[in-house]
Design a protein around this ligand. Structure first.
Ligand SMILES: NC(=O)c1ccc[n+]([C@@H]2O[C@H](COP(=O)([O-])OP(=O)(O)OC[C@H]3O[C@@H](n4cnc5c(N)ncnc54)[C@H](O)[C@@H]3O)[C@@H](O)[C@H]2O)c1
Length: 308
């Protein structure tokens, strides 16, 4: 199983590291446009192998896509991250050009590759890959909900002073500060609804903190986060590589599900060896439906900025 990670920056390197540590892929190729950067990150990571106990072979490439040939999965993290005070949508100008070029180059050498889009604004970048490559929709997956759900579980555990492993919950909708829809009514602690433990106000606070989870970290770090994004991508790559049929909220092209069409937005899907194997269309409350509609309007507005 060969995995390519495009972008050797913060998220790309973290993603490659977690994939290697989990030791399920035979090969990871990191590619970056910056001369020698991916080669350096790959060598540094390989020098952790004997210490961390993995056999995954990691190599780097400066923009040579021949080295990515016959990849099963490719992760696109190339592009600029936001700085404090910026929205993800403000990155569209530069990142759209990068994502379009990168996906076309990947497909020249790996025509059957499954693409995971991470670069922001992620839902719109996922839509762009659909519109410009024309590959089947099961092979284009946007990563946002897996990270946002991990942040939601972190905030729920914090509010209930519980271990995170007790918590189950999911965030759907657009991957933006205003577009996320944390499903508070479905979240549980050991199958008991979290509303049994937390007041309505506290639950609202958890949802609000989840939605600005990325912005909070960007303010603290001066750039966007990388550990949790890298871990979220590596879990999705593992689900595909190992045909786990695991459920994650992912950005996927909808065709009527959730009452939406011609839009990529976060909904629960099953990930297995074919990429997105099924979209799970769960019933939402009227309030959640309204939030999902508003979120989709925001994503469509950003999609409208693309020059297709
Ligand atoms: N979807 C999510 O949940 C999520 C989470 C975190 C970050 N992000 C996004 O991921 C992207 C990367 O973030 P980061 O913190 O790793 O940024 P970074 O600046 O650390 O790394 C980006 C890398 O991309 C490389 N790059 C630029 N153009 C390229 C090209 N044409 N081909 C190959 N490589 C190229 C750069 O040289 C750089 O090394 C940003 O757009 C960020 O907003 C998304």
């Amino acid at each position: 199983m060969k995995v390519t990670v495009v972008g050797a920056g913060a998220v790309g390197a973290s993603c490659a590291e977690y994939i290697a540590i989990k030791d399920f892929a035979s090969e990871v190729v990191i590619l970056d446009i910056k001369e020698g950067y991916a080669e350096g990150k790959a060598m540094d990571l390989m020098q952790t192998a004997s210490l961390m106990g993995f056999d995954t072979k990691i190599s780097g490439s400066t923009n040579d896509y021949a080295k990515t040939a016959d990849s099963h999965i490719a992760v696109i993290t190339s592009g600029i991250p936001r700085k404090p005070g910026m929205t993800r949508e403000e990155l569209i100008g530069i990142n759209a050009g990068i994502v379009k070029t990168v996906s076309s180059n990947l497909l020249k050498h790996s025509p059957n590759v499954i693409i995971i889009v991470v670069s922001n604004p992620m839902d719109t970048m996922t839509y762009l890959v659909h519109k410009t490559t024309g590959i089947p929709k099961n092979r284009i997956i946007g990563m946002g909900g897996a990270l946002d759900s991990a942040r939601f579980k972190y905030r729920l555990a914090e509010a209930m002073e519980s271990p995170i492993s007790d918590i189950d919950g999911m965030v759907i909708g657009g991957h933006s500060d205003t577009g996320m829809v944390p499903l508070t009514s479905h979240a549980t602690r050991n199958s008991i609804r979290v509303s049994e433990f937390l007041s309505e106000d506290r639950l609202q606070q958890v949802a609000d903190d989840t939605k600005v989870g990325g912005a909070t970290l960007t303010k603290l770090l001066g750039t966007s986060a990388w550990y949790a994004p890298g871990a979220a991508v590596s879990s999705m790559v593992q689900a595909i590589a190992c045909d786990q049929k695991k459920m994650f909220p992912c950005s996927t092209m909808l065709d009527g599900e959730y009452g939406l069409k011609d839009i990529c937005i976060g909904v629960p899907v099953i990930l297995g060896k074919n990429g997105i194997e099924k979209i799970i269309d769960i019933p939402l409350s009227d309030a959640e439906k309204a939030k999902m509609k508003e979120s989709a309007e925001g994503v469509s507005k950003t999609n409208g900025l693309l020059e297709l």
